[in-house]
Design a protein around this ligand. Structure first.
Ligand code: IMP
Ligand code: MG
Length: 425
């Protein structure tokens, strides 16, 4: 298939990085279309661990990579990530291109993210404090500074000065925070602007030409469907659309050119940050997952909240994304359990409901209705093919695919590349 979109079907951290890494072996171009360096995509190459934030995971396969117009780019953050990768022998420059139309995350966005979170007090969203929401807010309010502006330093500085006046007023007068100094902010940004400017180009044309030429383009989603600004658990969401349709808007590709939609789910559920989570489990049980599942945020290091698989969430994601193929990750984490509950529906105000409501109040009143699947109590971390999986493990992943009305395409039983079972490529 010439184009494949990989999206998260839960609250992010489904293991998209590892799945993209497997598909990237066959891709010509790997494109990020949403989010910024709030993302943390973990990929293992041999025994080496990479935490990717902005650079698409395809870079580790030597693929040409693009940050599309839907991404927000923190220039010093990106430069640091590029240097870290280059110091480990990964060729980044020459393989990475940035959309002219992508908006920049600037130091005042981060300062405002911190100030706004503090002001929210106990209602804080639990953001990654990367200034993501503030950068998207400026994009839509039409105050944004774009990657294109990095190629014109004088104009850039003018726009920065104008924005900083306004942001400083907010920081000082509304939030009682410290003002930022223009010279200092510019000095902090200048080296990144200079180094990144040559990577800026019309990526929409590049991607469409690649598709014209029969190249395989892989779209790497960040975050997950329940963090979607429109369809997630608002306001406990991120500020972009992690759903599949955003691959079109966020890369400049017509919707009919998106061929295959791959959804990624963890075999259970995790969430970082605040907000509703119907299947969230008790701390003692969560600890059992956390150790085996390495459940700490790869961007912030925060311990992730953990719960059983939620079919209401999964069905919603399947519908919103049009998920045709399903990759199930972290299956090995369930090796330890005798029985594995799946939340098939909710009970809300005395009634059973199969959908995941948009109202947070309603969602807060939803109690999971569980169905138990048999556990397998066998180590799956060395499974090389579907045939190596215990029958109960196979039944479990097949059940998840059935719930989502998708074809199972991949099962992952650990972080290494060779812990991926490709069932249906
Ligand atoms: P923000 O995207 O930093 O504004 O954070 C908003 C919410 O999205 C918070 O709950 C974050 O923890 C969550 N979030 C943002 N990016 C990711 C991610 O890549 N994985 C998981 N959660 C994320
Ligand atoms: Mg992550």
């Amino acid at each position: 298939m010439p184009s494949t979109v990989v999206v998260g079907a839960q609250w992010g951290d489904e293991g998209k990085g590892g799945v993209v890494d497997i598909y990237a072996a066959e891709a010509d171009l790997v494109v990020r279309f949403n989010g910024g360096n709030n993302a943390g995509h973990t990929v293992f190459v041999g025994e080496e661990h990479f935490a990717m934030h902005l650079v698409p995971s395809g870079i580790l396969r030597g693929r040409r990579c693009v940050l599309g117009n839907g991404v927000v780019i923190d220039p010093p953050g990106l430069l640091q990530e590029m240097r870290d990768l280059e110091s480990r022998g990964v060729a980044v420059r020459g393989n990475l291109l940035l959309s002219e139309n992508a908006h920049l995350v600037l130091p005042y966005h981060r300062a405002l993210d911190a100030a706004e979170e503090k002001a929210r007090g106990s209602a804080a969203i639990g953001t990654t404090l990367r200034g993501i929401g503030q950068a998207y807010a400026d994009k839509y309010a039409r105050h944004g500074i774009r990657a294109l502006d990095m190629t014109q330093p004088e104009l850039f500085r003018k726009k920065l000065a104008a924005n900083l006046d306004h942001k400083n007023a907010l920081l000082v007068k509304v939030y009682g925070a410290q003002a930022l100094d223009l010279d200092q902010v510019y000095a902090e940004l200048a080296p990144a602007l200079e180094e990144l400017a040559p990577l800026v180009t019309d990526t929409a044309t590049l991607i469409n030409r690649a598709l014209d030429g029969g190249k395989h383009v892989l779209f790497e989603g960040a975050q997950g469907t329940l963090l979607d600004i429109d369809f997630g658990t608002y306001p406990y969401v991120t500020s972009s659309n992690p759903t599949a349709a955003a691959a079109g808007v966020g890369a400049g590709v017509p919707p009919k050119r998106l061929d295959t939609i791959v959804g990624v789910v963890k075999a259970y559920t995790t969430r970082v940050g605040s907000g509703p989570f119907p299947t969230e489990c008790e701390p003692d049980l969560a600890e059992k997952f956390r150790t085996q599942g390495r459940e700490f945020g790869s961007t912030t290091g925060r311990p992730r909240r953990i719960g059983w698989f939620d079919a209401a969430v999964a069905r919603k994601s399947a519908m919103l994304n049009g998920i045709e193929r399903l990759a199930v990750t972290h299956l090995d984490v369930l090796d330890q359990f005798d029985a594995i509950p799946i939340c098939m529906a909710y009970r809300c105000d005395g009634e059973r409901r199969d959908d995941c409501p948009n109202s947070l109040d309603e969602l807060a009143r939803c109690e999971p209705v569980y169905e138990e699947m048999r556990g397998w109590r066998k180590d799956t971390t060395d499974a090389k093919s579907a045939a190596d999986l215990p029958a109960a493990a196979r039944a479990y992943v097949d059940r998840l695919a059935e719930i989502m009305g998708a074809r199972l395409c991949m099962v992952r039983t650990g972080p290494r590349r060779d812990q991926s079972i490709v069932i249906d490529a």
